[in-house]
Design a binder for this molecule. Sequence first.
Ligand code: PMP
Length: 406
Amino acid sequence: MSGFQPEKIRVDFPTLSRRVRDRRLVYLDNAASTLKPRPVIDRMTRYYEDEVSNVHRGAHYLAEQGTIAYEAARAKVAAFIGAASPAEVVFTRGTTESINLVAQTYGRANLNAGDEILVSELEHHSNIVPWQMIAGERGARVRAIPVTDSGEIDFAAYSRLLSTRTRLVAISWCSNALGTVTDVKAFVDAAHAVGARVVVDAAQAIQHLETDVQALDCDFLAFSGHKVYGPYGIGVLYGRAELLEAMPPYQGGGSMISEVAFEKTTYAPIPQKFEAGTPSISAAIGLGSAIDYVNALGLGNIEAHERGLLEAATRALRSVPGLRIIGDSPRKAAIVSFVFDGIHPSDIGSLVDQEGIAIRAGHHCAQPLMRRLGVPATARASFSVYNSLEDVEALRSALVKAKEFF
Ligand code: PMP
């Protein structure tokens, strides 16, 4: 973990200076939401203090400033994910809305009876349910791509499921429940070979891995601001320009039109066509700052630091008697899911919380995966830039204590 100093980074995150249950906060629920660094908070405050105004509308100075900042955020996102143009970046409320947008527009326009949508068994519910909804409406069929015992999407099984009936493939780059990192490019290439489009859920990848949508060659990619040090209420849908252009709009309203008449309404060019109504302006600007923050740290450094934490946490947790790690893919982001003999995951969560340690317990919005792995739920520790070996040790010792308690 050389050159990367979590103690210095910690200072940027005001929440980390607060005490929880009269102890130092050990925040290990980063897969749910990361904490927010000072520059992001300050940038949003500055927008509200100095620039507040609606975008793309007013003829006045403040509206112009707000619009410039909002569009600058879009350009930052485009560069961050390697999009060919900012027009390919649609601001949404988050990953969930991004995926629903594709299902409700691209899906409704392109799916027909007998078509198939392949969705892996390790998906978050937000990458399953929208497909079930549109499949039900269009007479299409959602088929599950199996997951192996180690928690990886089974590529061989996927290859067997792919056919000319496959219209869409929806997969996570990184599993929120297990941390498994999928070789998305291989899945994309195989899908394209049968003429299917691929939607990548990058909610758990964007904060850990360098994203280059052109190198991945994916058709759509979705993520949320709040998991990459940004604010709530903002997310991104990347879509290939030619696909976005051909898709019908999502919601109707202001800002998404070119001209409205009762006889015929025409729509704005992309990405405005998909941004009806007043957007989450301050959150988009905050996301832009979060991206600046990540760029300044360097995703390569972040990856190396988190890899060190993952290895240390895996070793430490394996040493806890009765603890079993769920998901042992050799390619994982810094997420460790586990169960304990005889202790329900939610009890584990409550016991370590008494020590000021925040982890997650539950099905992680991945019930099909839990069923597949034969567990009702898991406890999950997920690591980030500001975590350290001290945090890993705090978790290990709290788990040993929890085990003794039962
Ligand atoms: N996909 C994955 C893999 C996730 O981890 C999450 C959030 N837990 C989502 C989708 C949904 O994100 P959001 O709730 O921000 O829309």
